[in-house]
Ligand binder design. Structure first.
Ligand SMILES: *Cc1c(COP(=O)(O)O)cnc(C)c1O
Length: 338
């Protein structure tokens, strides 16, 4: 099977497993797990922020951030395709008691101007209190689109003027960093909190990290416990994440190259409509004519290629650590025959 459904399907490599086996562990709720402490310190230092906290999923890191930055009844501003809105089980309402203002951005990216126009007048008692803006980089449902870093600065300026916090869902932040040749520390100049997944293209089996200042992370630690995310000897997982950070960041460029190859193979096929610009490791394209998205995914599966029909009109392919050049070549061959 060639599994292009998601970059979450990766399995730990033998050296990653070895690193996990060697982990020094302790009770992390007591703050005594050396591997988790190392991972949290490493991520905080890398992003030039004060502190970090290890969590079982990116949904949890995002939801903790939203809960920490808001009060019940507040409004969260984000793109309509955002993971926090589309794929976190209604958690913004369930966990934080907040409503959302959904913006119609460009491939999952919103602009400073749009944010500025969407902030509610805080003196109008009819309106929910706008307290948080959440951005996504790369934007998953936007086809792995990356923000222009200047836009972050413009959005930050609006947030300062209007007294809003700014969170980044950086599930695939390293894809953006590699694709756009950015420095992780640049992000600390803009965001109040950053959520990073190690379990996507970086290939760790489990784990996400939330990064922010000391007070924010202290609050996040309390919320993590309430959410049931306080783990004990989870350093075995953190060791896999440390290994991923040390060995699997630069190779993301390879995933991006393979995604480009898939995009080129799809272009011009009669059953393919609009292909979202391929900037990183995600290829999202419209399916038309001879196939519905579900039929195309089923046909590819008959050829041992797994993809996902992500909407009534689109199919998604994602490249990752376990996808080799030979697999890409075989997929391209099959696409050519359809
Ligand atoms: C995968 C993902 C998350 C977190 O997902 P988990 O499966 O809960 O780790 C958050 N945001 C985006 C954009 C994602 O793609």
């Amino acid at each position: 099977m060639i599994d292009l459904r998601s970059d979450t399907v990766t399995r730990p490599t033998p050296p990653m497993l070895e690193a996990m086996m060697q982990a020094k562990v302790g009770d992390d709720v007591f703050g005594e797990d050396p591997a988790i402490n190392e991972l949290e310190n490493k991520m905080a230092a890398m992003f030039n922020m004060e502190a970090a906290i290890f969590c079982p999923s990116g949904t949890m890191t995002n939801q903790i951030a939203i809960k920490c930055h808001t009060q019940p009844g507040d409004e969260v501003i984000c793109d309509k395709l955002s993971h926090i809105y589309q794929y976190e089980g209604g958690g913004i309402a369930f966990n934080a008691g907040c409503s959302v203002k959904l913006l119609d951005g460009n491939c999952g990216r919103i602009s400073a101007e749009m944010v500025n126009e969407s902030v509610n007048n805080r003196f109008d008692v009819h309106k929910a209190y706008s307290s948080l803006v959440s951005l996504e980089n790369t934007a998953n449902r936007g086809g792995g689109a990356c923000y222009d870093f200047n836009e972050f600065h413009f959005i930050k300026k609006v947030c300062i003027e209007k007294n809003l916090k700014l969170h980044l869902d950086g599930a695939r932040i390293f894809n953006a960093i590699v694709a756009k040749n950015e420095k992780p520390s640049d992000y600390s100049k803009v965001f109040d909190s950053i959520s990073v997944c190690l379990s996507k293209g970086l290939g760790a089996p489990v784990g996400s990290v939330l990064i922010g200042n000391k007070d924010f992370i202290a609050k996040a630690r309390r919320i993590r416990k309430v959410f049931g995310g306080g783990m004990r000897q989870a350093g075995y997982l953190a060791a896999g994440c440390i290994y991923a950070l040390d060995h699997h960041v630069q190779r993301l460029a390879e995933d991006h190259q393979y995604a480009q190859m898939l995009g080129k193979a799809l272009a011009g096929k009669d059953f393919v409509g609009e292909i979202l610009p391929v900037e990183t490791n995600i290829v999202i394209f419209e399916v038309k004519g001879r196939f519905t998205p579900k039929e195309l995914a089923a046909t590819l599966k008959d050829h041992d290629i797994q993809t996902i029909a992500i909407s009534h009109t689109q199919v998604r392919m994602v490249t990752h650590l376990n996808i080799t050049k030979a697999m890409i070549e075989r997929t391209i061959k099959v696409i050519g025959l359809l």
